[in-house]
Every structure is written in structure tokens, then in C-alpha cells.
Ligand binder design. Sequence first.
Ligand code: AHG
Ligand code: MN
Ligand code: MN
Length: 340
Amino acid sequence: MSKVKTLGQFIIEKQSDFPYAKGELSRLLRDIGIASKIVNREVTKAGLADILGDAGEINIQGENVKKLDVFANEQFIAALSVGGECCAIASEENEDIIVIDNEQSKNAKYVVAMDPLDGSSNIDVNVSVGTIFSIYRRLSLNGPGTLEDFMQHGTEQVAAGYVIYGSSCMMVYTTGKGVNGFTLDPSIGEFCLSHPNMQTPKMAKTYSINEGNYVHFPDGVKKYIKYCQEEDDATSRPYSSRYIGSGVADIHRNLITGGIYIYPTTAKSPKGKLRLLYECNPLAFIIEQAGGKATDGFKRIMEQDLKSLHQRTPLFLGSADMVDQACDYMKKYSMTEAAK
Ligand code: AHG
Ligand code: MN
Ligand code: MN
């Protein structure tokens, strides 16, 4: 009989990787796991319950807020606020940080940045959505967390992960010692280790990009896409194009089978669409830990300076050799573009 290892058991086992750990990070991950199970419960009955559609608000990004966005945001904030390990939260759905100022959290060491529901335009059509989270050690010494606690490089993350609410619900996370994936077994209500030590192929045959924006892409991206589409037996081209439009789902697929995900600058999003703090940095941490790479086309994502909470960046993320090649195109053709 194969022995099941639950997320809780795995976290406790791995605590010994960090000699001075007192279990706070473990408890934080546990709290995130609990909130994500509640969100999964609502996602899986999205067609039955009164939670589909818009909440009737526009968020600070100017996008329609879905009811499930609001629900997920509330669940994660609630779980992190009572857990006692987190002193502030930054969320895609809140313009400012959420300061946790209660008795349990007065000695909390961590701040958490999150996209509570990623790919939310896909909820109404039964396509996978996700949650992304990123954990930093606070910089301030004590008391409630501050905005400055979030203004760190992605390289300072102590843990990051995502939950994908897909045909099964999975949590994938890293604490900087590899990437592990856990599948929710609904019969016992536990995340169980199903994908130990995940590694992404160095080279693959899938590219993921919203090609509807093609005319507005930088020349380097246009040329790279043409390269992906050319026929060449030696390099197994043309590659396949796969784009769900749920970042977590696209990146999860590419993490497992290999591939590159690109969200470049476009006319509508001149600085890129995705957010550095709670989308790109955590996904970059995971992909690097799995042997892949993440850049903005030129520079490593996790070394970018964060100047504001909702800052955007272009993203080139995935199999190392594919990211290198796409970045070579960016370097080569950005020169000619700049000269135009
Ligand atoms: P969110 O639902 O949190 O706003 O994120 C949506 C993101 C990401 O998940 C996805 O890859 C991308 O937006 C899709 O954008 P396009 O529809 O412009 O391709
Ligand atoms: Mn998102
Ligand atoms: Mn979102």
C-alpha cells in the first residue's frame, strides 16, 4: 500500500531544513492551505451557487471584480489575519496593504502578497483559475506591518506558491529548496504530495502568449513567435501554441511539460499586464527552483526594483533555453526598434 504524505506532514518534515525555524512559516503555509480548500469548495460549485458573474465593482486595476474574486480575497485575508504569523497583506484586490493589528499577530514575522484569484475572467466558463502567494520576512521590527515591508526584491522571498483550481485542485510551492506539488484528495480533504521535486524541462515545444495582441508586440517578440512557427525538423518546429488565459494554469502546464509563457508590453499595457509583487515574483521563484528562468525580456524578474504595490512588468517565464532564446531576440531587435 502506498503511503500518503499530506501537506501538513510534509511541512513539518521540511521544517528541519531551516535550523532556526520555529514553525511560523509552516503555520502560514497551513493557513493558506486551509483558505484555498474553502475557495476550491466554492469554485467547484460555481455553477450551482450564486457566485458566478460580476460583483458590480471595478477594482483598482480598472477591471470588473468577479464575485469569486471578492470571496477568495476575503477567505485568504481571514485565514492570514487569525493565524498570528502575518502582520500585513498586499492583495491584487486592495489598493493599499491590509495591516493586521491584533493580539495574535503582534509578534508576526511575515508579510504575504497575493493574487487571490488569478484568471478570474475564466470562472464563468468553467476554466481553471488559481491563487498566487508570496511570503517575505518583514523589515520593520515589530507592531503592525508597513508598506516598506513589501518593497523587497523577489530574491528575498522566503516562500511562494500557487493553488490551481482545475480538474483537480493542486498546491505547488517552494521555500527555496525545490518545488513540490500536492493534489487535494477530496475524500479526505487533504492536500497529498503527488509531484515531489518538480523540475521543468530545459527545452520544450510549447509557447504561450495572447497572439491577439501581435501587432503591438515589441519586434523581438514578433520575431521569436515567427521563429516558433517556422518548420525545422532538427529543432522540432513548429512549436505548439497553448494559451488558456489563466496565468496559473498556463504556467502550471508549462512547468510540467516545458514551454515558455510570455506576457510582453502591448499598446493596452505599455509596461506589461502582470504584477511584479504578487504574480511575477512568486511564479519566477517557483520556475527558477524548478530549473527554469523568468525575465522581463532583459533582466531577471526577481532582481527588479519594486517601487509600488501594483507595479507591472513584462514577463518571459519557463524552460531555461526557451527563455534565453526569446531574450536573445529581445536584445537583438530592441536595438533596431529603439533606432526607429
Ligand atoms: P487576474 O485574473 O488576476 O486579473 O489575472 C489575469 C492575468 C493572467 O492570469 C493571465 O495570464 C492574463 O491575465 C491573461 O490576459 P489576457 O486576457 O490579456 O491574455
Ligand atoms: Mn492574476
Ligand atoms: Mn486576480
